[in-house]
Ligand binder design. Structure first.
Ligand SMILES: Cc1cc2nc3c(=O)[nH]c(=O)nc-3n(C[C@H](O)[C@H](O)[C@H](O)COP(=O)(O)O)c2cc1C
Length: 170
């Protein structure tokens, strides 16, 4: 087995490994996994910035994301039973910042268009996936939202926005 140098690990007091994981450590370590950024939006319009979006199943076609139970947008999204995912482009950092603010008028000054579900798709995104909420599972302090895909398309062939180590870009 290849020895990993201790200098490549985050130093953790030995006691921390046997019990609860420190929240700062969790954020720091998980922040080293790069993600794309999407806007999950529903009729209202209502929406939020999400990094936990991913593909789930090809047959049937499903996607998922997790959302904090304290999100003010989530009860409104859930109520509609539908959502559209807009994959943000590299030049849409300002959109991510706007949608990561709680309580703000996130759609002000933004171009968007309702999809078949009635959910808004953000203009100039890389790709979009229009969904029905098919299931909501418990995920600790988050809910895991499963979406059954109605329609999807690539909108703009350009580089996606990346979130890594607490900032935008690699
Ligand atoms: C890059 C990025 C990724 C995020 N990913 C998630 C996520 O996967 N789940 C989540 O609940 N919040 C995530 N957030 C935080 C939410 O966007 C933020 O808490 C939320 O928009 C607050 O507004 P709300 O109360 O209207 O939901 C992310 C924020 C950013 C900037």
């Amino acid at each position: 087995m290849t020895e990993v140098s201790p200098s490549h690990r985050t130093e953790v007091p030995s006691g921390a490994m046997s019990g609860a994981i420190d929240q700062a450590l969790y954020r720091q370590v998980m922040g080293h996994f790069p993600t794309g950024v999407v806007i999950v939006a529903s009729p209202g319009p209502v929406g939020t910035a999400i990094g936990s979006f991913q593909s789930l199943s090809l047959d049937p076609p499903l996607v998922l994301f997790s959302i904090t139970k304290t999100s003010s947008s989530w009860p409104k999204i859930r109520e509609t039973g539908v959502f559209c995912v807009s994959v943000l482009a590299e030049d849409q950092e300002h959109v991510s910042r706007a949608f990561a603010q709680s309580g703000a008028d996130k759609f002000a000054g933004l171009g968007y268009k309702p999809m078949a579900s009635g959910s808004p798709r953000i203009d100039d995104c890389v790709a979009w996936i229009d969904c029905d909420i098919s299931d909501v599972l418990d995920g600790g302090d988050h809910d895991i939202v499963i979406g059954a895909i109605r329609e999807m398309a690539i909108e703009r062939e350009t580089k996606p926005l990346i979130f890594f180590r607490g900032g935008y870009g690699l």
